[in-house]
Design a protein around this ligand. Structure first.
Ligand code: HEC
Length: 105
């Protein structure tokens, strides 16, 4: 009785660890809302497809690549008058969420 109870507890703990471990870094809920609020959708759409030929498709692009590019736009290392403005006020966490959101589209 005691050992099966302990077993169940350990099992529960393992499942909890597994669930929290998997959701961290891959949870993109809130990404669409942020893309709307930050205005990304005007040019990249909600689905990451450029709304005009001058706006790149970013759906399915690697999240790590997009995250780095947005940080480069923010620091001014990568120069583009549009994108430099777009990411100016966004935090690392917000850039990370947007990158993972568009990567998953
Ligand atoms: C007014 C239009 C516009 C808006 C709004 C906009 N972008 Fe962009 N985005 C562009 C253009 C144009 C480029 C290409 C810039 C260049 O040549 O470096 C670009 C480039 C990018 C890139 C790099 C793509 C690559 O292949 O290197 C990413 C990532 C990106 N945008 C994400 C976003 C996100 C996230 C937002 C919202 C915070 C956003 N953009 C808002 C027009 C826009």
């Amino acid at each position: 009785m005691t050992s099966s109870y302990r077993c169940a507890l350990i099992g529960l703990a393992a499942i909890t660890l597994l669930l929290t471990g998997c959701s961290r870094g891959s949870d993109i809920s809130g990404g669409a809302t942020l893309a709307l609020e930050a205005g990304c959708v005007a040019c990249h759409g909600l689905n990451g497809r450029g709304t005009a030929p001058t706006f790149p498709n970013i759906n399915g692009q690697h999240a790590s690549y997009m995250y780095e590019q947005m940080k480069r736009y923010r620091s001014g290392e990568r120069v583009n008058v549009i994108m430099n403005e777009q990411v100016k006020l966004l935090s690392n966490a917000e850039l990370d969420l947007l990158a993972r959101y568009y990567a998953a589209q």
